[in-house]
Design a binder for this molecule. Sequence first.
Ligand SMILES: [Fe+2]
Length: 414
Amino acid sequence: MHTLDAIGSKPSPGAAGSSVSPPAGSAEHCRGPTETTWQTFREWLLENLNTNQRSNSRLRDMVTSVAEMAQHTLAASSCTVILENGHGHTVFYHTHSVNRSREVAQARTDTLDGPAAWVVRHKRPVMLNEASDWSILEARRGAQCEGPGARILCVPLDAGGHILGALELTRHKAEEPFSERDLNSARMIGATAGITFENSMLRQSVEEGYRSTIRALASAIDAKDPYTCGHSQHVAQYSMVSGFVLNLDADQLQKLETAAILHDIGKIGINDAILRKPRKLSTTEHAIVKHHPVIGAAIIHSIDALHEVIDLILHHHENYDGTGYPHGLKGESIPLGARIIGVADAFDSMTTDRPYRRAFTINEAMTELLRCRSTQFCPQALDAFAIGFSRHYSALPWRPRVLEQPDRLAMCTH
Ligand SMILES: [Fe+2]
């Protein structure tokens, strides 16, 4: 097993919360990660996927393709795509340089300067071949210019009159000046790319709205039981780091996120008196609760956009040795995503307080998971979780409390 000694020692992507969470049951605890914190976590995971795991539809990949194509077509020594992302004045840079042909640089800034600023402001291209051409610019040369004497061709990223940013190409002074023909080619690339980027950003915006709606729905489910507030999102974060370790691609990770957030949606159909019962459930009550995966699958079945996560929700309580429910599936006949969610679900349940017991410490919960390796839990999913939790602990939007005097109740089964 991977040690947890490194916990807290790695940099967090965007300072995602403190290392000690608020007490269970408090209002702050129930809120779970904020929208911004969750987005930062998601973006960090998706940005750090291997190149071949990223979805081709992602904006970053489109920007890379356009930058490479423009640079190659116009024999430029570097190409920078500058995109205003719609959040204040933040600017997204993407540079592709012939001298670092496989290297892609990104940066964000609050101010736009130089030729790109002029192009965005005036909504027309500019061609700067000689030092005297710079007099057309009202602003001083910006940091994104390659250096004194560089030749620059900059065109707007024009989505039918809506300027999204600029495409800036450079050539060294020793190279051929840009021509009118180059200008026309760049202008066409800028117009085509503008429409493509705008479509991608609109799609991203719709998807973000969709994910927010799903999370709001899950929060409503969690709120049925004050002791499980935030549970759905905790399970989602643990599932995603496991999927990340298992090299799932971007589409699979997003499917896993949705399924994990909705895994207990079937509890909507379970009586509150049972869900909120402050003592252990009777056999009959437990049998009723065990219907929730089937109820959840039935609810999701009526929503076309969520069909691909039905199996993960239906099977998240199957055990690797076939002793789980609802179908008693065994081993790899259980969908991998459901096996991942099963581990994440158990870990969050153990590390949060319940009415009848206090939370386990992280190490105790991990020991308990390992005790049930290959019986309740899939070894592949469990190992991925152990590695992911240890390696990416500081990146998690929410972290379990570390208790000094935990109860030591075993809870291998549900
Ligand atoms: Fe469940």
